[in-house]
Unconditional design. Structure first.
Length: 563
């Protein structure tokens, strides 16, 4: 057998080639993988939507306090998915244009720098927040004038002063010298009425007499508007920060209470405010920052308080005199008006004697369906039915007022529905000593229940009972006429009822020098004359003792006070 020799090394050469081929193959495979990965990444980027692509933004390198400068030492660049990038974010290419600004809010590490976070005019001290031509003025406030501490920097307030009239710099010589006549009428009309009346009456009168007149007629104090729509720059030591308003953040409140506010004024306003603060007590009123309306008055005095009280009383009387008309029932069974406002809930409606059935209809106690538009509500929550009102000759106009057949307004709070469904007047019943109790029954002063058919209505709307007529020797005949014991007709217009239920002849009272006033018999001096003929001390009265003479004139006895 022949043996092949490997002395020439050809075997090792083959191995080297094999190893080299394997190495090159691995390198090629690795490069292929890298290439494919890069191609895959490129293809994925192309397939990605715009929200998944990464973009470079400027972020904070470290925790940055408010006021920190925008420099390369404080900020770095980071790539984040575009869907997380704020529209106001600063990009690296724009960074140089913002260098040197200050941030007006605190930035955490890695938080994106927004354009709205920077302020080129960032205040270095408090004076920087004062506009040119304006001044900052600090005034004292108490717990009341600080609106219990709810005033914040940036709010707007109105300032008034409560000052004694003697400190208002009014000089009586204005009148005595005739200078009042030189004041234009439109300015004279701005004077408080009490002062204006005295001034006009005192024209040409010596100053000392004018002052005497003013002391007697003019108010002692007056409230005057000083400044309106004034911006608050600081409360205590908390200053206004405009940047917080821009970001719609609340202004700071580090102090739970404060005794001063600093406001934005011009030099003249500061002078006015100083004079007001020196002569009287300042009042601060917080207003809506979007409200630009004025006070609408020049002065308020204690005299105006009475006028205002009367005005409020009139408004309340008018409110109670009106009714609200229902329009339907909502899904919850509440009675609502045409605008959908709830007038009465389901429980209150049931308490008034009405229910809402399964069909959403309102029914009365007898099960009769009631049109919601026939129901009206008084201010005290009483439900009235237009059909019942119509039966009594009353209607409801477009203003919510109840009127009678003659167009006279009838107060809604004076109307009451008796248990029998009749419409009664509280005032008319009261004049006769009658009322409607909690059960809807008409009762007299003793609590005796009076049936509706017992009532007789006089010409002025006063109600009386047949029993009261009988006690006065009168009755009602078959034709409904009031007659005396002899059958003579009595004019209802001549009858009245005292508050204690007595029927009197007002014509006879007049002939005796008396009259019926608010249910009481009074003489010509306004003194009350009781059933026993006693009047107030010092009065001389004629007292009707009952009955009449043959000529129809009331028999009267003259009573004079004891000497």
């Amino acid at each position: 057998m022949a043996t092949v020799s490997d002395k020439d090394g050809s075997g090792w050469g083959g191995k080297s080639l094999l190893i080299g081929a394997i190495g090159f193959g691995l390198a090629a495979a690795l490069l292929s993988i890298i290439y494919l990965k890069s191609r895959e990444a490129a293809l994925l980027d192309r397939l990605k939507g715009p929200d998944d692509q990464e973009v470079a933004v400027v972020v904070a390198k470290r925790e940055l306090p408010r006021g920190a400068p925008v420099t390369q030492d404080n900020f770095a660049v980071r790539r984040i998915p575009s869907r997380f990038v704020h529209a106001d974010a600063v990009r690296p290419g724009d960074f140089s244009s913002y260098e040197g600004n200050a941030i007006d809010t605190q930035l955490a590490v890695g938080k994106t720098l927004l354009k709205s976070f920077m302020d080129s005019d960032f205040p270095k001290d408090f004076s920087d927040i004062i506009d040119k031509g304006r001044r900052a003025m600090t005034i004292q406030v108490d717990e009341l004038n600080s609106i219990a501490g709810f005033i914040r920097p940036g709010n707007r307030v109105d300032l008034f002063v409560n000052v004694p009239l003697k400190n208002s710099a009014f000089d009586a010589k204005l009148v005595s010298s005739g200078l009042l006549d030189s004041i234009p009428p439109e300015y004279q009309s701005l004077l408080p009425p009490a002062i204006a009346d005295v001034l006009r009456a005192g024209s040409g009168v010596p100053p000392d007499q004018v002052e005497e007149l003013l002391d007697g007629a003019a108010p002692k104090d007056v409230i005057l508007p000083v400044l309106q729509n004034v911006k608050v720059l600081a409360t205590g030591r908390d200053a206004y920060r405009a940047s917080l308003d821009a970001l719609r953040y609340p202004q700071p409140r580090t102090e739970r209470s404060f005794s001063t506010i600093t406001i934005d004024v011009d030099p003249r306003e500061a002078s006015l405010l100083t004079a007001a603060e020196d002569k009287g007590d300042l009042l601060a009123l917080l207003r809506n920052r979007e409200d630009e309306s004025g006070a609408g008055f020049t002065a308020v005095t204690p005299v105006d308080l009475f006028a205002n009280a009367f005005s409020m009383a009139e408004e309340e009387t008018a409110r109670r005199g009106r009714v609200s008309t229902a329009a339907g029932v909502d899904r919850a069974g509440n009675l609502v008006d045409a605008d959908g406002n709830t007038l009465m809930n389901r429980e209150q409606l049931e308490a008034a004697g009405y229910k809402v059935n399964d069909k959403g209809q309102i029914v009365d106690a007898d099960g009769n369906v009631v049109d919601p538009k026939d129901l009206v509500l008084t201010a005290d929550g009483q439900v009235l039915n237009k059909q019942q009102l119509a039966a009594a000759g009353l209607t409801v106009d477009e203003n919510g007022q109840i009127t009678d057949a003659n167009g006279n307004v009838v107060r809604a709070d004076d109307i009451v529905i008796a248990g029998d469904g009749s419409v009664q007047s509280r005032e008319a019943l009261a004049r006769s000593g009658l009322m409607v109790n909690a059960d809807g029954e008409i009762v007299d002063a003793t609590g005796r229940v009076v049936d509706a058919d017992e009532l007789v209505e006089l010409a002025d709307g006063t109600m009386m009972t047949r029993k009261q007529l009988e006690e006065a020797g009168l009755s009602v005949d078959g034709s409904g006429n009031i007659v005396d014991a002899n059958g003579n007709k009595i004019d209802p217009a001549n009858l009245g009822v005292t508050s204690d239920g007595r029927v009197v002849d007002v014509k006879q009272l007049a002939e005796a020098g008396l009259r019926l006033e608010n249910g009481q018999v009074v003489d010509e001096y306004g003194n009350v004359v009781g059933a026993d003929g006693i009047a107030a001390a010092g009065a001389a009265i004629d007292l009707i003792v009952g009955g009449s003479s043959t000529d129809g004139v009331a028999k009267a006895t003259k009573l004079r006070p004891a000497e």
